[in-house]
Every structure is written in C-alpha cells, then in structure tokens.
Design a protein around this ligand. Structure first.
Ligand SMILES: Cc1cc2nc3c(=O)[nH]c(=O)nc-3n(C[C@H](O)[C@H](O)[C@H](O)COP(=O)(O)OP(=O)(O)OC[C@H]3O[C@@H](n4cnc5c(N)ncnc54)[C@H](O)[C@@H]3O)c2cc1C
Length: 450
C-alpha cells in the first residue's frame, strides 16, 4: 500500500505524484491540514481550499476510494497514517517555497520510503542552467526546456472510507466555485471564446472575461499545468492566423511568469520577507498608519486605486493591472513598506500564492526583479488608459456612479470646490499627488545611492 499526500494539488487528473503512487501500488489519498500552512492562509483561500477538498473527496468516492483529511503537524500525523495503513511508500509533490520545503523534509524523514515528484511546475528550477533575476532570459530558457506530457491516471486506489474533519471556514468575499470540474469549465470557456484576444484585451479592465481568472485554481492546484500548456500548444499549432497565435503565446508567457517567481524563491528563500535586490541603504519608509488604513479601505481618493482595493476585499481577487497600480501607489506615493501590502493581499486573496504575491509586490516596490530601477505608476493616467469609460471604477465605487468618466478621471486634479460641488460622499485625495511622487522617488534614489 502507498500513501499519496496532496498538497497544493487538489485534483486527480494530470497529477504526476498521484499517478506515480497509484501506478506502483494501491494508494490511500491523504491531505494534512498543517497549522503552518493554515496559519499563512487567509479566510478566502482557506474557504476555497476546503470546498476543493470536499470536491476532491467526491471524486475519490466516485472511484470507490476516499480521502483522508487530518488536522495536525505533518511530522506527527503522517507516521500514524503510515502505521494505520501499513504503507510501504509515501509519495508527494515537490514544492519550492520555504514552509512547504520544510514540510517536504519532514515527509522525507519518515521511516518508510518516500518519493517527491515534480508536478507543480512545468520547468523545475533545478533543471535550468542558472539562476535568473529577470524574466526575459528566464523565459527564453524556460520555453526551450522539455516539459512532461499531462499525467494519465489515477491508477489503483485503495478502498478506504473518507475521513474529513469539520471544515467550515466562511469566506469574507464572494469567491468562485472551487474544484477540478469548475476549473476545467472555466478553462474550456476561456480557451474557446476569449484566448484568441488575450494579448490585445487582457488589460481592458472593464471586461474581466478577457482574463482567465484561473489563478484561483492554479494556486490551489485544481487544474494541471501540463494539460493547460498542451491545450495552448494545440491551439497555436492549429491556428493559421499569426495574430491569434501571438495571443495564445502571451498566455503561455504569463504562465511562465508564475514559474519565474517560484524559481526566485527557490534560489533565495529569504526574499519571502527581505528585499530581493541588494539595496545599499535602508529604505526610509514613511509607513503612515492612517494612510495605510485609507488604502486598505479603498478610500484614498484616487479612484483607480480604490476600485482595485474594493475589488480585492469584495471578490478575493484583483485584476493584474490593478494589483500593479495599488502596489506601486502604496510603496511609492504612500511610501509604505511593501511587506504590509503583501500581508494584506495574503489575507484577502482567494488566489493567494506566495511566490507570485511576493514577486508581484517586490517587482512593484522596485525591490525585486523589475529591471527598471525605480518605476512609478501614475494611477490617474493608468485609469484613463485602461478604464477609459470608468466602467471598472463605477462597478466597485458606487459613490461615483453618477459622475461622467472624465470627472472620475479628473478627480485627483479637480479643485476642492469642484469636488465639493459633485456631492458624491467619495473622499478627497489623501495626499498631494505630485509632491508625493517626487518624495517617493527621492526615498528610493537615496536608498539606491543614485
Ligand atoms: C502585487 C501583486 C500581487 C500578486 N499576487 C498574486 C497572487 O497572490 N497569486 C497569483 O496567482 N498571482 C498574483 N499576482 C499575479 C497576477 O496579478 C495574477 O496571477 C493574475 O491577475 C490572476 O488573474 P488571471 O488568472 O485572470 O490571470 P491571466 O491573465 O488569465 O493569466 C493566467 C495565469 O498566468 C499567471 N500570471 C499572470 N500574470 C502573472 C504575473 N504577473 N505574475 C505571476 N503569474 C502571473 C497566473 O497563474 C494566471 O492565473 C500578483 C501580481 C501583483 C502585481
């Protein structure tokens, strides 16, 4: 008998670890709800994961097996399960983040044979010829590196009764349905209807259907990445229009961004909490608590930023263009330490993923992998460019619904009298925009000795 330990791979299809275990012997599927992982997971992601576990259990039961979910520390729970099922070998998917690696080492030290299988990434960091600190060269090698085909299976599953503790985390946001079937449905719809426009339309923030919203499912491993990549390749190969092919290729490029950030943390685990870049001097963060509160509540008086923050809290998700803008605004204009923003994202995102969140924050804060030394987004011009009609802003900020798009985009630049005359109940900008742009820039330049 084997045990397969699910981690961030809550699916039975295209699951290389499960396939390897169940091809070699009858397999008992297990999930350990370890406090170290639970402790760094916000309610929305926890609720999404718990629903995913229920769906996974159903999948096993449909196949005459069951899922054993146990709460507790991996090093304490797993030896008991090994004894109970008289297991000869324990299989699990390799992971690349510090906490998961620590848990992986505990699995390896069990008194039975253990096997870690590469499943999470299409290209494992150790397969690359070097460490990459910028994306483009990473992507060149990533594209050329051979990738496994989707895994068949699962094979032989043990006839066990499911065992799941009470799992009733209530999400604070309106999150999507979890599970492998929901993931697949979403992928099929997106691939058929929208992917041929992905590159052209992904930044059209008012039309959220032009992005896949698969991040929920990738982050909890409810869809196999090999399957996705194979589908993308099939579409590219059967497409005669070169423009459409470029749109498909852009999707592959974004998938690789997620893998790039895993590679960063695998080489440099300290970057979870420390600046990734060597910055010669301390960054003298302003860290004003009132400004941070306003940012969290979507009440900074900068409509594009506030709309993003309200989407985060209400939907447990935010469009990528907005993630970049709110992160840049917090770190550059409000001069607040990126770690505070990253923690707030971690608490609310149902698609939270340590490498992408950390990588995205550090990129936006100019402490990470961006090759531009100090990049500062202007959320006013970004709003005009990517949400011209202010539809996205109006969706998330009801106070502004009666205003014209140009008034919304001019909000920061309008006079106080003009804002008062609109009588919206929406706040005035909490900072002097231009002054802060320069102060923020100076703060980074000083830290960088520029
Ligand atoms: C400050 C900040 C924090 C972020 N935090 C997270 C996070 O916790 N979890 C997370 O999955 N992504 C995070 N991202 C990356 C990105 O914003 C999301 O992956 C994307 O918005 C998810 O929406 P989607 O699935 O519709 O994306 P699509 O546009 O449909 O992209 C498809 C997939 O490609 C990957 N991807 C796309 N863009 C990026 C990117 N910039 N970096 C890494 N992977 C990418 C994701 O897996 C995504 O699901 C963050 C970005 C920033 C700037």
């Amino acid at each position: 008998m084997n045990i397969f330990v699910h981690r961030d791979d809550l699916r039975i299809h295209d699951n290389r670890g499960l396939t390897a275990a169940s091809n070699s012997d009858k397999t008992v599927p297990v999930y350990v709800d370890d406090p170290r992982v639970r402790g760094v997971t916000g309610r929305n992601k926890r609720a999404f994961r718990e629903e995913g576990l229920q769906k996974l259990r159903q999948k096993y039961e449909d196949r005459g097996s069951g899922l054993i979910v146990e709460k507790g520390k991996t090093r304490e729970v797993l030896p008991e399960l090994v004894d109970e099922f008289n297991a000869e070998e324990v299989f699990y998917a390799r992971s690349y983040t510090p906490t998961r690696r620590e848990i992986g080492r505990e699995i390896q030290s069990l008194d039975v044979d253990t096997k870690s299988i590469g499943d999470r990434l299409l290209v494992e960091p150790a397969k690359l010829s070097q460490e990459y600190d910028t994306f483009s060269p990473f992507y060149r090698e990533w594209k050329k590196t051979k990738k496994a085909a989707p895994a068949e299976g699962p094979g032989k599953l043990a006839d066990v009764d499911s065992r799941t503790p009470e799992m009733n985390t209530e999400p604070t946001a309106d999150i999507p349905e979890a599970g492998e079937d929901a993931a697949l449905n979403r992928w099929v719809k997106f691939r058929r209807k929208k992917m041929s426009n992905y590159k052209d339309k992904r930044d059209d923030v008012a039309n959220p259907e032009y992005v896949s919203k698969l991040s929920f499912y990738y982050s909890s491993g409810m869809i196999g990445r090999r399957k996705v990549l194979r589908d993308v390749k099939d579409m590219m190969n059967s497409e005669s229009d070169s423009h459409a092919r470029k749109n498909y290729a852009k999707y592959r490029n974004e998938i690789a961004w997620g893998e790039f950030f895993y590679q960063v943390l695998w080489h440099d685990p300290e970057a979870v909490t420390e600046n990734y870049k060597d910055i010669p001097n301390e960054i003298e963060w302003r860290d004003d608590d009132e400004e941070f509160e306003a940012w969290k509540n979507g009440e900074t008086g900068v409509p594009f930023v506030d709309a993003g923050m309200r989407q985060l809290v209400e939907a447990g998700y935010m469009h990528n263009r907005l993630r970049q803008n709110v992160a840049s605004f917090l770190t550059k204009h409000l001069m607040t330490d990126w770690r505070r923003g990253a923690r707030f994202f971690q608490r609310h995102l149902a698609d939270h993923n340590v490498p992408s969140n950390n990588g995205g924050w550090q990129w936006s804060a100019s402490t990470g992998t961006d090759s531009v030394p100090v990049r500062i987004f202007n959320p006013v011009t970004q709003g005009r460019k990517y949400d011209g009609e202010a539809e996205y802003i109006k969706r998330w900020i009801p106070e502004l619904r009666e205003l014209s798009a140009s008034d919304i985009h001019n909000w920061v630049e309008m006079s106080q009298e003009e804002r008062d005359s609109k009588d919206t109940g929406y706040p005035d900008p909490i900072i002097n925009f231009n002054q802060r742009y320069h102060q923020g820039k100076q703060m980074f330049e000083k830290a960088l000795n520029r």
